[in-house]
Design a protein around this ligand. Structure first.
Ligand SMILES: [Fe+2]
Ligand SMILES: [Fe+2]
Length: 277
């Protein structure tokens, strides 16, 4: 079961990376499939929790540097085959059957996708249609590298907290934050691929999601969101002269962080037992 969850985690991320790399109608299909694999991951996690088995979000590193999409898709198919095989020994036959049915369909679609030449690792650091100064390019590169990891980290943390909580009020907030982080992760990953600097986010340390003190976590989290807002503001200014379009995008992301802060403050109030406004 644990191996199955880890393999699903890896397949989810690899499918997501394939989505970032694609520039054709394959893209949306790959994104949808990666979402499905993420949901499988959460179901398997829930199964482990019910069986009271300890687990972590550790996984292997995932090599994704390919020149042709078909090379990565071939690897994804191998991973899906492994998952399929592992499912045979899963204790929950109904769950295993449900996942297997998805896996079989995805494997079929992925094996028949049209090939694409991949430029997501070119290291050219040129945003298509936009000419940025060296300084703005550096700022954007750093931002994408840091924030892509950060959003992945947040997804894992909120997901872990949600998996271990039976509090409907908190779980509604955690789910919104997961969805919002997915949007940011997808936006930044896509930009990273366009810039030719796509990379799989590094593994999240256990200490970060196995949160001991939720109040402390939320307080720190609010400060981190405030810091993220500053980063967005700085970046919007750095790219503003060369690209009003990119500047507007980072202002939009900046304002979305206000909502995250409001949600986290709400969660904090709920958690510490204060009245809701
Ligand atoms: Fe964000
Ligand atoms: Fe945020």
């Amino acid at each position: 079961m644990k191996t199955l969850m880890i393999k699903t985690h890896e397949a989810w991320l690899e499918m997501l990376m394939a989505g970032f790399m694609s520039k054709t109608q394959n893209k949306q299909v790959l994104f949808d499939f990666s979402d499905i694999l993420f949901r499988h991951f959460t179901w398997l996690e829930n199964e482990l929790i019910e069986m009271e088995e300890s687990y972590s979000y550790d996984r292997d590193s995932i090599p994704i540097k390919v020149e042709k999409l078909s090379d990565l898709l071939h690897d994804i198919v191998l991973r899906l085959n492994e998952i399929d095989l592992q499912l045979l020994s899963s204790p929950d036959k109904e769950l295993a059957g449900r996942i297997a049915s998805d896996i079989h369909y995805m494997r079929d679609v992925v094996s028949n996708m049209n090939d694409e030449i991949i430029t997501a690792f070119s290291m050219e650091r040129v945003f298509p249609g936009i000419s940025l100064t060296q300084e703005a390019t550096d700022a954007l590169t750093l931002f994408l590298f840091e924030e892509t990891y950060k959003e992945y980290e947040l997804i894992m943390i909120y997901n872990y907290l949600k998996a271990h909580s039976n509090d409907a009020y908190m779980n509604r907030i955690f789910q919104i934050l997961i969805d919002e982080s997915f949007f940011h992760l997808k936006s930044f990953g896509d930009m990273g691929a366009k810039m030719g600097i796509l990379a799989v986010p590094r593994i999240v340390m256990k200490e970060l999601y196995q949160v001991e003190d939720v109040v402390m976590f939320l307080k720190d989290g609010i400060n981190e969101e405030l810091a993220a807002k500053e980063e967005c503001k700085k970046l919007s200014e750095a790219v503003g002269k060369d690209s009003p379009e990119l500047a507007k995008f980072f202002d939009f992301i900046n304002h979305q962080e206000n909502y995250h802060i409001a949600l986290m403050k709400d969660a904090l109030k709920h958690y510490t037992g204060e009245e809701h406004a």
